[in-house]
Design a protein around this ligand. Sequence first.
Ligand code: ATP
Ligand code: MG
Length: 277
Amino acid sequence: MAAIEVVDLSMTYGDLRAVDAVSLEVAEGEFVGILGPNGAGKTTLLEMVEGLREPDSGRATVLGMPVWPRNAGLLPRIGVQLQASAFFERLTAREQLHTFAALYAVPVREADDWLERVGLVEKADTRVEDLSGGQAQRLSIACALVHDPELVFLDEPTAALDPQARRNLWDLLSGLNDSGRTVVLTTHYMDEAEVLCDRVAIMDAGAILRFDTPDALIRGLDAPTRILLADGEVLTTRDPAQEIARLADEHRLDGIRVQTGTLEDVFLDLTGREYRA
Ligand SMILES: Nc1ncnc2c1ncn2[C@@H]1O[C@H](COP(=O)(O)OP(=O)(O)OP(=O)(O)O)[C@@H](O)[C@H]1O
Ligand SMILES: [Mg+2]
């Protein structure tokens, strides 16, 4: 059974078609990334799939159940981290987490483990208003995951995180996925998508332009290889083997770096370089 099935899902704000007849399927246990410029429609799409926003048309099914009208039976089985995190005011980080845990009858001890997992043990008694941006982000992730959902939605979970926290969250999410959880996230970090995701959807102007493995997307780009020489010279070639052999003959191999196409190249190729609104 598919974890997520979306058919012709659309959402219009005034005359703006934020999500334009999107269809996609995510298999159980898959790790999927949604990439797209600002305003592409990622958050709107996710919120409809999560059952938080009523679509204008189309339908979404999650874990075999329709998400709209709101389906209370789904709530314990999915975890949702929103792009703008909302907390109960004046609670400490620990109280916040305990409140979420209580909603799903998760024992306090298990909830406390999450403080450790997201590196907030030292901030357990700090009020949510006094957490830094990245700390608040990590708390909202812990709150989304505390009831051990089968399917996890995360909207730019690493946006405010420092490099350490980002790597730690990668490990955490990979671990969840390895133990069979389905994960869907949005991100603006191409390296993150490449490392974590089984498949990546590239979205722009409300539509999904491609949905494939990072490898297949990069291969489809047919980008030339760049060879960066120690003296700063950059060679661009479609026959890297021949070029490297030539450099070897000339004893110029020391310190070279070879760059093949990246997911970022794919992204820019598909979505262009213009600013979005
Ligand atoms: N409630 C709303 N009312 C009117 N327009 C909206 C509303 N929510 C979103 N939009 C518009 O819909 C489009 C898609 O927004 P959305 O938040 O889904 O984009 P996104 O891909 O998540 O962008 P980002 O990368 O910046 O988070 C944008 O042009 C946005 O201005
Ligand atoms: Mg968004």
